[in-house]
Design a protein around this ligand. Structure first.
Ligand code: ZN
Ligand code: ZN
Length: 356
């Protein structure tokens, strides 16, 4: 079968490799991959920044965002059957099986020795067939067969949202009204939708014009779209109970500090590149202290958030017709690596591979 592979930690080794269809261990499932989503993580691995091959292999199959059908189940698997529409989670328990991994929360792993499909020591799903431990598989209704590939990026938002409310509601009486989303890529748009489902007043900020596809999608959910080229964050007068920072741009993250309401919370979901510090760190910390503000980061998501995400994909689909479909702006075939992995233009949102 064909698989999209790289030699990890070496730039530009992306290629199609002919590999054997894997044998199915007792507790595993063979997946007939339907669709694979591509994001910055894949592009970073291709650039050689990170990525690790499985033990005994000199390559890594890419792909952590996926949608599959069950092709074959191991002899110990009774909860799934051939033909089921499914998405596997990405991370698997650490070698030590730490406190959190043991509790089903490998997204909160303490040791860092976890494995991740398509990223770290486990082959990914950008191939005709792939394997996953059956315990980490989530079933989807047939109605989601066109958009279920967006579940994995949505789970990043689900975790951010659930943790935001858990943190805030455990420390005070809290009734948030306004939320700010910084960034309108796939995760920013999905965050906008999830926060709108909670009936919050949402403003989403990005650099595109108001008639761009991203802005249109933001407005479809009833959120306000702010073009940061016309309205700088510094000049915004609103304060927000919740801020979701998705740009991964430290300057944007710093500029947003003045927009956090008293007792407010900021959830960081980006990966930040090092940047020369020019801001007043004292001012930043004082603002945090005097306003009881919480800042937290969130990465990865466990099965709980995938299951919640399935319900929310269905809700989004019913509420905003075509919203999810329009996030997918570029489609490629498995063999067309150039089309699949070349950089996206600024108007593009999500590239996927139609494996079948
Ligand atoms: Zn991703
Ligand atoms: Zn662990």
């Amino acid at each position: 079968m064909k698989a999209v592979v790289v030699t990890p930690r070496q730039a530009n080794t992306l290629r199609i490799k002919d590999v054997d269809v894997p044998k199915v261990p007792k507790e595993h499932v063979l997946l007939e991959v339907q669709k694979v989503g591509i994001c910055r993580t894949d592009r970073d691995i291709i650039s050689g920044f990170y990525g690790e091959s499985p033990k005994g292999s000199d390559y890594l199959v890419l792909g952590h965002e996926s949608l599959s059908r069950v092709s074959e189940v191991g002899t110990g698997v009774h909860s799934l059957k051939k033909g089921d529409l499914v998405v596997p989670t990405v991370r698997r328990n650490c070698f030590e099986n730490c406190l959190n991994c043991r509790a089903g929360e490998s997204d909160m792993c303490l040791t860092g020795d976890y494995k991740e499909h398509g990223i770290k020591e486990l082959h990914g799903f950008a191939s005709e067939y792939a394997l996953s431990d059956a315990k980490f598989i989530v079933k989807l209704p047939e109605a989601l067969k066109q958009v279920g590939v967006l579940l994995e990026p949505l789970t990043v938002v689900e975790k951010g949202e659930v943790q935001t409310f858990k943190i805030q509601q455990s420390r005070m009486k809290w009734s948030p009204k306004k939320a700010l989303v910084l960034g309108a890529g796939p995760v920013g748009l999905l965050a906008t939708a999830i926060l709108r489902l909670k009936c919050l007043e949402v403003s989403t900020v990005a650099t595109r014009s108001k008639d761009s596809p991203k802005a249109q999608l933001v407005m479809q959910t009833g959120a306000a779209y702010v073009n940061s080229k016309e309205t700088s964050l510094k000049s915004m007068e609103d304060k927000f109970d919740i801020v979701f920072e998705v740009t991964g741009n430290p300057s944007v993250a710093l500029e947003a500090q003045n927009l956090i309401e008293t007792n407010g919370v900021v959830c960081y979901l980006g990966i930040y590149r090092m940047e020369q510090g020019t801001e007043d760190a004292g001012g930043l910390f004082t603002n945090m202290v005097l306003g009881n503000r919480v800042h937290f980061g969130s990465v990865n998501a466990n099965k709980f958030y995938f299951e919640k995400g399935v319900k929310d994909l269905t809700r989004i689909r019913r509420k905003w017709n075509g919203f999810l479909e329009k996030i997918i702006t570029r489609r490629s075939k498995l063999e067309d690596l150039e089309r699949a992995y070349s950089p996206e233009s600024e108007e593009e949102i999500k590239t996927i591979i139609d494996v079948r």
